[in-house]
Design a binder for this molecule. Sequence first.
Ligand SMILES: Nc1nc2c(ncn2[C@@H]2O[C@H](COP(=O)(O)OP(=O)(O)OP(=O)(O)O)[C@@H](O)[C@H]2O)c(=O)[nH]1
Ligand SMILES: [Mg+2]
Length: 229
Amino acid sequence: MGEVKLVEVREKILADNDEIASMLRLQLREKGTLMVNIMSSPGAGKTSLILRTASALGDELKIGVLEADIESTVDSEKIAAQGIPVVQIRTGGSCHLEASMVKCGLDAMHVSDLDVILVENVGNLVCPAEFDTGAHLKVMILSVPEGDDKPLKYPLMFSISDALVINKIDYLPMTDFDVESVKKRAQVLNPKINIFPVSCRTGEGIEDWIGWLMDKRRKFLAPSREERR
Ligand SMILES: Nc1nc2c(ncn2[C@@H]2O[C@H](COP(=O)(O)OP(=O)(O)OP(=O)(O)O)[C@@H](O)[C@H]2O)c(=O)[nH]1
Ligand SMILES: [Mg+2]
């Protein structure tokens, strides 16, 4: 019987991705542009949170959006309709963004003009957690209709995120979703995670989320390592 040769590609793909991601992160830092990777399952509210955030910060900061979808430009059309600069990345079947795709998207943007770039990752609670996009901040959204057991089922996403936005809290009275148990489950996985219950529909809780983001940006721009903490 002939010999079977096994080539392990996973480690190499992730290492190559990390290299491009680190380069992007550094280049953006030099320009003073904060990039935020927003992840969630399909329909949890990524586009809605981006619209809310851009509308809250639009007078103070120049916001750009990088949209990623397997197909279609519907989300970018919603963003563009609000006058926000947006680039759509069509991943052509890929269920997550990789740093090389983000690089292509950034090449099509006037990055130097922007203070903050909000990246909408592909709707998926699994693979996006594995791939560094080069963003400075990772934010995940869990929406109330998805259920409060998600930290148990998709632990990696909760472990790697800087912030957890619990969206659609206007649905709480109609469900058995337990916000406190989500908080506890997420904090077991990631004691440093910042949690913001919000409703992109009513605007409840959005102020706290914006306050955190602004604080992160202030630290991002701070000259010394000490001030950045
Ligand atoms: N009731 C309620 N509905 C919301 C809220 N946020 C978003 N929605 C609705 O949920 C649906 C999905 O929201 P999107 O913002 O498009 O979600 P998404 O994560 O961008 O979806 P994909 O890009 O398809 O993955 C839309 O019909 C929104 O109007 C909320 O806080 N409360
Ligand atoms: Mg969307």
